[in-house]
Design a protein around this ligand. Structure first.
Ligand code: GLC
Length: 755
């Protein structure tokens, strides 16, 4: 009796607390509505338009800066600013300018905090290879704490654009090709930036970008058109944006591309019907850099005023840099082309964001330069950075167990990125602290002093590569290679650090040739000709076509752009203190001609089996298979997968559960962690489905000789897909479950599930 009473009491208490939380939420919403409504009532049309205006004093990430930005912040015609740089006091002085305006409405202060602030983590594409949402959330949290202490309250991140095309330079900013993993990471980053409450001084408003489909530009050329069926959008490209919205993201940034022939910036279906009506997004929508004015280039607006009216009507609330809204909408209201209701609605959403951040009570929140130094680049932050770099690194090749290296090996360290702090960052580390970077040379030397470093080569000798910087110098190249050969001949092992400079990937950095620059490949070949073990460390922002270079490297590690703790992490991996765990989140093609290439592809009506001849979906000059598949990553040890066992082979109805189990054994001599991946295929359905789709993963750590049974629970949720009516549902049928260490080599089992 007593137990029952206790249980009843707990249930009542739980229900009461849920009710109270709901009530508190309602009260807070009511308070905010009252405050913002009274402020709106007090504002002139000009002041309202000022809140829709986002300016930048420096053109670091776009074609131009705002003229007289400071004056506009003073008079309230610029209610938001991004890209503030310089000393903390200059940032604060600029933020304080809004105190001169009549209503003293505080500013949103945004910045591209993409993979860290002062403490810099691997680029997002590298981070995603950790398959560790909790770790990724931690990196976003650290970035928020460091940035908010210097007055930023809004970050233009996470970038969640799904992409299957490594020619596009911005793949480095995203989480690769898979919607399931991309959604987990999108959610984690929003939670990391925003924390549990935007009112917390260390929170930043997240800005999910680029909505939508920016990762699918035709020909991989940045800003180009993106054209696909709604079915493909919903199944593969939209889920991470939706996950970020569901995680409570406070803002969305519109993409530059057009969708179904209408630029995203003026696409009402996208910004209102889908984002607000279907998904229930409550935050505000900001255009990307000059995106509103560019509606004229897209050919859907004859002038700036029409562009402003189209974008506001479509659902844009804030204008990044083009100043179209503030210049045109007063007349547009007079002409009856837009209504005050539309302007009030947009202004309300911006003011609500400022209210949620607590800016009306404390415009400078967490701003404290002295504190900023105390919370930035702390030991703990650097520890997380090192862990993130360790987990982002992918072992692509390790012939003859070349790695790990002996600590007493005489090492020749060669390459233009091997002792270069800047090159451990990307084009999006605007506030990264360069002097604190541990270069690869410093990291290795700390663990093995018997190391000699030489540059070995210039980055690129390709005159066609449109990059600022020194023109290629043939005489210098000869000297560099000669010095490298000399050092290499005296070493036991050659570690060569090659790949892309930070200027070769990122925004407006599409490439048609994804191989190593010729001068780098030539050096690699020369070094291998010496006959000693060669370890290639790849510094890159995208999958690259390495097939021709692979024969000249015994081991290959993809270290991406590894961030602040580059050298300490690389040293731990090279000398075996950490056994690599990274798994690719984007397919590496054998050649550019295979692009777009991705794992969750369709079977087609004429599926091809490697090595067969005839009328199949294949090439006459290349294999269909990738160089490295999605989910791929080696370890210093070997994981053996047993057969899949299912606790049922026929299931019925929505509420049934299937358990798929598999035993993994570490058959090698190193302890290691494996990311066990679960894929599901639906071979017969009302629409043709991908050959497999990632539906789960688990990490297992195994000592040498140890085995563990891994269980995956499968419900009808894992069987669902968007059907031709765009309904998210599952259908009866036979399904295949795949479990393995990458998307290509899996164990398989079959089950039937009936409605
Ligand atoms: C750029 C980028 C966007 C960035 C913005 C502000 O053009 O497309 O990702 O956040 O401008 O820097």
């Amino acid at each position: 009796m007593k137990y029952k009473l206790l249980r009843l009491t707990c249930v009542v208490a739980l229900l009461f607390s849920i009710h109270m939380q709901g009530q508190l939420k309602k009260d807070a919403q009511k308070q905010m509505d009252t405050y913002v409504s009274s402020l709106l009532k007090n504002m002139t049309l000009e002041e309202k338009l000022g809140q829709l205006n986002l300016v930048t004093p420096i053109a670091r990430t776009g074609p131009f800066a705002t003229k007289n930005a400071s004056d506009k912040m003073k008079d309230g015609s610029a209610g938001n600013i991004f890209g503030l740089h310089g000393s903390p006091s200059s940032i604060h002085m600029r933020l304080a300018l809004s105190e001169n305006s009549r209503l003293k409405i505080p500013l949103l202060s945004g910045l591209d905090i993409v993979h860290g602030f002062k403490t810099v983590f691997p680029i997002p594409l590298g981070l995603s290879c950790s398959w560790d949402p909790a770790l990724i959330e931690k990196t976003a949290r650290i970035a928020a704490v460091e940035a908010s202490a210097l007055g930023y309250n809004w970050t233009f991140s996470p970038m969640v654009d799904i992409t299957r095309d490594p020619r596009w330079g911005r793949v480095m900013e995203g989480s690769g090709e898979d919607p399931y993993l991309g959604s987990l990471i999108a959610r984690a980053m929003v939670k990391g930036y925003q924390g549990s409450d935007l009112n917390d001084d260390t929170s930043l408003i997240a800005c999910v970008k680029h909505f939508a489909l920016y990762g699918a530009p035709e020909a991989g050329r940045d800003y180009n058109t993106a054209d696909m069926s709604r079915l493909t959008m919903y199944q593969y490209y939209l889920p991470p944006y939706k996950a970020a919205v569901d995680a409570g993201a406070g803002s969305i940034m519109v993409s530059f591309n057009d969708i179904e022939g209408i630029p995203a910036t003026s696409n009402k279906w996208l910004l209102t019907d889908l984002l607000r009506k279907e998904w229930g997004f409550k935050g505000f929508v900001v255009s990307d850099f000059n995106g509103i004015q560019e509606l004229m280039n897209h050919g859907v607006a004859a002038d700036l005023k029409e562009a402003a009216e189209l974008s506001l009507t479509a659902g844009v609330d804030m204008d990044m840099v083009s100043e179209a809204l503030i210049a045109s909408l007063k007349q547009s209201v007079k002409d009856g082309h837009v209504s005050m209701d539309q302007i009030n609605a947009a202004c309300r959403r911006v003011l609500e964001a400022k209210y949620k951040l607590g800016l009306f009570t404390n415009p400078y929140r967490n701003y404290d330069p002295a504190k900023a130094d105390l919370v930035s680049l702390t030991e703990e932050n650097r520890k997380v950075a090192k862990d993130a770099t360790l987990r982002s690194i992918v072992l692509l090749k390790n012939d003859k167990a070349t790695l790990p290296l002996k600590k007493n090996a005489k090492i020749a360290l060669i390459g233009p990125f091997a002792n270069n702090q800047n090159e451990m960052f990307s084009s999006w580390t605007l506030k990264g602290d360069v002097p604190s970077v541990v270069t690869i040379y410093e990291g290795l030397k700390k663990q093995n002093p018997d190391i000699t470093y030489v540059q070995g080569t210039q980055v690129s000798g390709d005159p066609g590569l449109k990059l600022k910087g020194e023109p290629f110098d043939a005489a210098l190249q000869e000297e560099l290679v000669a010095a490298a050969m000399n050092v290499a001949k005296q070493a036991d092992v050659i570690v060569v650090v090659l790949g892309e400079s930070s200027a070769m990937s990122g925004e407006a950095r599409s490439r048609t040739d994804l191989s190593l620059p010729n001068c780098q490949s030539e050096l690699l070949k020369r070094l291998k000709s010496i006959g000693k073990p060669v370890v290639l460390l790849l510094v890159n922002g995208r999958p690259m076509t390495l097939a021709d270079d692979l024969p000249y490297a015994d081991a290959v590690l993809d270290i991406w752009r590894p961030g602040t703790e580059a050298g300490s992490a690389v040293a731990d991996i090279l000398f075996g203190a950490y056994n690599p765990t990274g798994k690719l989140t984007m397919t590496f093609p054998r050649s550019v001609g295979q692009i777009p290439i991705y794992y969750n592809t369709k079977n087609t009506g004429r599926p091809y089996t490697e090595g067969t001849e005839g009328f199949f979906s294949s090439y006459i000059d290349q294999s269909n298979t990738p160089l490295y598949p999605f989910g791929y990553g080696l370890s210093y040890t070997k994981f053996i997968y047993g057969a899949i066992t299912l606790n049922a082979s026929v299931l019925k109805g929505n509420n049934a559960n299937l358990t798929a189990s598999i035993t993994i054994t570490n058959s090698g001599s190193y302890a290691g962690e494996e990311t066990v991946q679960l894929y599901i295929a639906d071979p017969v359905a009302s629409v043709s489905r991908a050959v497999k789709e990632l539906k789960g993963f688990q990490k297992v750590f195994l000592q040498p000789g140890e085995s563990k049974k891994v269980n995956f629970t499968i419900t009808t949720e894992e069987l669902k897909f968007f059907n031709s009516d765009l309904n998210w549902d599952w259908e009866s049928g036979t399904f295949l479950v795949y479990i393995g260490g990458n998307s290509q080599s899996c164990e398989k089992a079959e089950f039937v599930w009936k409605k």
